[in-house]
Design a protein around this ligand. Structure first.
Ligand code: PGA
Length: 253
């Protein structure tokens, strides 16, 4: 059985130490009481260190929002796997906002390199895939998402694929308040994402890998997504910045 996993993607919010620490102090005791679900907070780089300290004795995981594939060197402004591995356990890779803002730097090829580097440095990648509105409207969702998943997982070891997390995030559903329908999301995850992985690595790997849905998930709709057999949790943006994130996590079990 796959354990549900809810990750909060704070994006470029709560990146000042006082605000981040205050927020985590509020939600930490409440989140710690919830059993049966993995919870991960993905704040900006600037607060990873203080939050790592706050969460050492807690089962709440910590993740970064992106990472370079090289371990070090002349890459001004970048953060590497070894730097993150000191502070966190997870890293979001290939988020559509990253893909869109720097397509030459964040694309299927470099995302695959980042995934390899994440594993090399002991981090669990949360890899985002998803179609844009035009692709959705023209019925290209399965082709686009299938390709992204194939490229992201190409040449990995089966055990790595089992251990990674894929977040299916239709771009048109992110931050819009218009979530995909749970049945549509379940269909893409079950019939495309797991199918691609099954064809490449076998059915047991496809069934072991956890796949989240992301895009306008909140405390009200999370239950409908979690009721779907192929959806193992959510990558949550806006709704992870409020204390009601605790309710969302409770509803996910
Ligand atoms: P949202 O963002 O929950 O605010 O739609 C999700 C994401 O971008 O990961």
């Amino acid at each position: 059985m796959r354990k549900p996993i809810i990750a909060g993607n704070w994006k470029m919010n709560l990146g000042q130490v006082d605000a981040a620490v205050k927020f985590v102090r509020q939600i930490r005791p409440l989140l710690s009481e919830v059993e049966g679900v993995d919870v991960v907070l993905c704040p900006p780089f600037t607060v990873l260190a203080p939050l790592a300290e706050m969460l050492t004795a807690s089962k709440i995981g910590l993740g970064a929002q992106t990472m370079h594939w090289e371990a070090g060197g002349a890459h001004t402004g970048e953060i590497s796997g070894p730097m993150l591995a000191e502070m966190c356990q997870y890293v979001i890779l290939g988020h559509s906002e990253q893909r869109a803002s720097a397509p030459e730097h964040v694309n299927d090829e470099t995302i695959r390199k980042r995934i390899g580097a994440a594993f090399e440095h002991g981090l669990i990648p949360i890899v985002c895939v998803g179609e844009n509105l035009e692709q959705y409207r023209s019925g290209a969702t399965d082709e686009i998402v299938g390709k992204q998943v194939a490229k992201a997982t190409e040449g990995l070891e089966a055990g790595q694929v089992e251990g990674m997390i894929i977040a299916y995030e239709p771009i048109w559903a992110i931050g819009t308040g218009e979530a995909a329908s749970p049945t549509d999301a379940n269909r893409v995850i079950g019939l495309t994402i797991r199918k691609v992985v099954s064809d490449m690595y076998g059915e047991s790997v496809a069934q072991a890998m956890r796949v989240q849905y992301g895009g306008s998930v909140n405390a009200e709709n999370i239950k409908d997504f979690m009721a779907m057999p192929d959806i193992d949790g959510a990558l949550v943006g806006g709704a992870s910045l409020k204390t009601s994130f605790v309710d969302l996590v409770r509803q996910a079990v």
